[in-house]
Design a protein around this ligand. Sequence first.
Ligand code: G3P
Ligand code: MG
Length: 250
Amino acid sequence: PLATSPFHVPRVIAHRGACASAPENTLAAFRRAHELGARWVEFDVKLTADGRPVVFHDNTLDRTTDGSGPMADTPLAALGDLDAGKWFDPDFAGELVPTLEEVLDLLVEMDLGANMELKPCPGREAETAAVALDVARGLWPTEAPPLLMSSFSRVALDTARQIAPQWPRGLLVEALTDDWRAAAQEVEAWSIHCAQDPLGPAAVAEMLDAGYRVMVYTVNDPGRALNMWDWGVHAIFTDRPEVLLPLAGT
Ligand code: G3P
Ligand code: MG
C-alpha cells in the first residue's frame, strides 16, 4: 500500500453529500454537508450517453430524478430538463444532476476534500475512469491534497492508477473476500472501503496490519460508529454527518 502518503482523511465523510437532509449527489447536498461541518464528501461519477462525467449514483434516472431510462442512453443536454431534487422533498425542486465540473468547482470553493467514487455503467469502466480523471486533474488545485479515487470496479481503479498513479486509490468491497489482498496490491490501493455489514474487528485488524487505511460505509448509527472507531477504522461514510461529527473528536 501507499502507506507513507501524507494524505489525511477525516473520521467523518458525508455520503453522496449530506444525503439524509438533501437530495443525494446534488449541489444542495454538498452545500448542506459543508454547512453541517463535514470536511470531506463522497460522490459517485458516471458518464452520459455522450461521454460526459456527471455526479449520479444509479444506472437509471428513475429513482432520483423525474426522468426515466438508463443514464448511459441520456445525453448531457437532456439532463438539463430533469429535476433531481423534488423526489426527495418539494423544497429542493429545481436541483439538477450536476456535472463533475460543477461539483469539483463547488468543493474547491468550499475547501472540501473528497472521495470520488468511479461508478461506471456496465461496459464503460475504463472510459469512465479516464474521463473523470482527466476532468478532475484539470480542475483540482495542484496545491490541494489530491482526491481519493475509489471503485468497486478493478478495471476503473487500474485505469486510474495508470493515469494518475500519485492520486490515492481505495478498493471498494461489500465483504472481505479471500482475494482482497491480491486486488488491493494489483491496483496499488491506499485504502479499503468496506460495507459495515458484515464487517467485524478481526477483518479491520487484518486490513490495518497489512498497512491499509480502512473506511466503512454507510454508518448512520452513533453507537455503531463508536465501535468502528474503537476497532481502528479511519473514516466512516455517513448520510448524517450532523449525528457523527460531534462524536468524532478531531
Ligand atoms: O463509497 C462508499 C459507498 O458510496 C459505496 O456504495 O452504493 O453508496 O455508492 P454506494
Ligand atoms: Mg458511492
